[in-house]
Ligand binder design. Structure first.
Ligand SMILES: NC(=O)c1ccc[n+]([C@@H]2O[C@H](COP(=O)([O-])OP(=O)(O)OC[C@H]3O[C@@H](n4cnc5c(N)ncnc54)[C@H](O)[C@@H]3O)[C@@H](O)[C@H]2O)c1
Length: 322
């Protein structure tokens, strides 16, 4: 019967984790909420039961496990409270903007053998399994990853200092799923620039980026990203892997395999994608079976390292080894 506490009572916690899954899960009790905005925490207590409390530590002390869902630049105290109290935690991606901090947390998580999950929900979905299976026994040669859209609506995504930029905050999902299905990325070199938002108010971020990546296997690929479709042109996101005999395209809920015999696309699943990871986390907490966790803190840090390197490499003047 895990008692779940929450640090960061905003959009993703309410709409992706609590309302679709945690609120009605027969084995979950929502215990305590902390947010720097006390009204946000109180609104969760009013709507879902449990209590609004005055600190991260109080959330931990009242809970068997904690969800951390705060802006990318706000990490620190929440993880500290979990580590000091030995509380298992789920943390939304990106797990930090400071790789050194994330490495310290990872070391302590490892030392305590603490159960953790980072919010890379796609790994838990049928489409990520299909992506991985479609590549088994084939040799990935070229791997392209992309996310294209217009000006982001979420306020912190307008600032590189708050979000880490589009690759760190958003394309991270694509990079992580590709790591899961294809393998590890060894080196990155890329550029990012602000092209369309030069005169935009309330904006300090790049709106396009392109990086070349080298996989440990020797495969090469690209990560391209765009916030510049401000005129309403259609966007999209996904990854495509080219092997000698097939092209495998993953786009969220579906996978398309193209061969010389034609093309086949999987049926899209109907559950919200975050539900798969939440159910896995609860089951892991209940049973103690950490093999159910496909995105532990200590592994996800590699996704963070790749995405941070994309943001830095253009400025450092050379490829960055991960
Ligand atoms: N996995 C996904 O698909 C997905 C989707 C959207 C957002 N996210 C991630 O989830 C995280 C939260 O995003 P969101 O859209 O819910 O943001 P949000 O702004 O809606 O909510 C964040 C909440 O955290 C609170 N907060 C800020 N600093 C805090 C601190 N130091 N301690 C406690 N509370 C604090 C804010 O007051 C706010 O209520 C981000 O890292 C974002 O990248 C993940």
């Amino acid at each position: 019967m895990p008692g779940i506490g929450v640090i960061g009572c905003g959009n993703i916690m309410r709409n992706a984790h609590i309302e679709p899954t945690l609120r009605d899960h027969p084995d979950v009790t929502l215990t305590a909420y902390y947010d720097v905005d006390a009204d946000a925490a109180q609104s969760f207590a009013d709507d879902f039961g449990g209590e609004a409390v005055g600190s991260e530590r109080e959330v931990c002390e009242r809970s068997d496990a904690v969800y951390i869902a705060i802006p990318p630049n706000a990490h620190g105290e929440a993880e500290q409270a979990c580590l000091e109290t030995g509380t298992p935690f789920f943390v939304e991606k990106p797990q930090a903007l400071d790789l050194g901090f994330a490495q310290e947390v990872a070391e302590e998580v490892e030392r305590q053998r603490l159960m953790t999950m980072v919010g890379y929900q796609w790994r838990y979905t049928p489409s990520a399994s299909a992506f991985r299976e479609a590549l088994e026994g084939h040799t990935p040669a070229l791997v392209n990853m992309w996310w294209y859209q217009g000006t982001p609506r979420i306020a912190f995504n307008r600032y590189r200092s708050k979000s880490g930029g589009q690759v760190v905050e958003q394309v991270t999902h694509i990079v992580d799923t590709v790591r899961y299905a294809v393998g590890e990325i060894a080196e990155v070199f890329g550029w990012a620039r602000n092209v369309v938002h030069r005169d935009a108010e309330d904006w300090d971020n790049d709106d396009v980026g392109a990086a070349a990546v080298l996989f440990e296997s020797g495969a090469v690929g690209t990560i391209t990203n765009c916030y510049a479709l401000t005129g309403g042109a259609p966007g999209g996101n996904g990854a495509e892997v080219l092997t000698p005999d097939r092209r495998v395209l993953w786009q969220g809920k579906t996978v398309t395999v193209r061969t010389s015999d034609g093309e086949e696309t999987t049926e899209p699943f109907s559950d919200p994608p975050h539900r798969f990871e939440d159910l896995a986390f609860i089951e892991a907490l209940k049973t103690g079976d950490s093999s159910l966790i496909l995105s532990p803190y200590t592994d996800s840090i590699r996704t963070l390292a790749v995405t941070l390197a994309c943001a830095r490499s253009g400025e450092s003047g050379g490829p960055i080894a991960i």
